[in-house]
Design a protein around this ligand. Structure first.
Ligand SMILES: [Zn+2]
Length: 207
């Protein structure tokens, strides 16, 4: 059907989240049409993504650090952030949404996913890493931190709720205050798509 190299590209793009083979084929034919310069630019940016974008040793947030030696992201490095608050989010985009509200001044932890409840996949969440970071932040480069409250800011979806219940049980022996976001978030909706005002008030009404 398609020439071999095009089929290979379609296979690669099909692995992207939310992209099936048909959309992948549309991407490839689009790329074939755009000027060469634009494709080169895209390739450079992808290379940069792999080389110069680092993952924070404490919170797993990504940050740009070309040549930089530090392992902590700017949020974890910032001495004005409240190091008694730790907000657990599913993914990077959720962190960005919460930062945009300008209401939350504590630190974050990116869990990397939620517990699947419908599919029979294995869970891929970083609960052990979370526990270690609450207990010994200094081992991950974060000093002068003593967490008093862990905020579970996960999506109000079935998976998000199951994950919150699981984490509450998992973290219970640590004897920390564990809260989750208050009402107001659209049921079954995603944090990523909540407007700033709704998200800010969900933070204020956490319990
Ligand atoms: Zn960080």
């Amino acid at each position: 059907m398609y020439p071999k190299s095009i089929q290979k590209l379609i296979d690669i793009f099909s692995k992207f989240p939310g992209v099936g083979p048909k959309t992948a084929a549309r991407f490839i034919f689009y790329l074939k049409k755009v000027p060469e310069k634009e494709v080169e630019n895209l390739l450079e940016l992808i290379k940069h993504l792999k080389k110069d974008i680092k993952t924070c040793s404490f919170c797993f947030n990504i940050f740009e650090g070309p040549g930089a030696k530090e392992d902590l992201c700017p949020i974890c490095q910032n001495p004005t952030r409240d190091r008694t608050l730790l907000c657990v989010v599913e993914k990077e985009q959720d962190l960005v949404s919460i930062e945009k509200t300008d209401k939350y001044k504590g630190l974050y932890f990116i869990l990397g996913g939620t517990i699947p409840i419908l599919k029979k996949e294995k869970k891929k969440i970083k609960e052990k890493e979370l526990k270690q970071r609450i207990l010994h932040p200094e081992k991950f480069g974060l000093f002068a931190a003593e967490f008093k409250e862990i905020i579970l800011a996960l999506n109000p979806t079935a998976e998000g709720k199951a994950t919150m219940l699981y984490l509450k049980r998992f973290l219970k022996p640590l004897d920390k205050k564990i809260t989750s976001l208050g009402l107001g978030l659209p049921k079954g909706g995603e944090l990523e798509y909540a407007d700033e005002e709704t998200l800010a008030s969900a933070f204020e009404r956490r319990e």
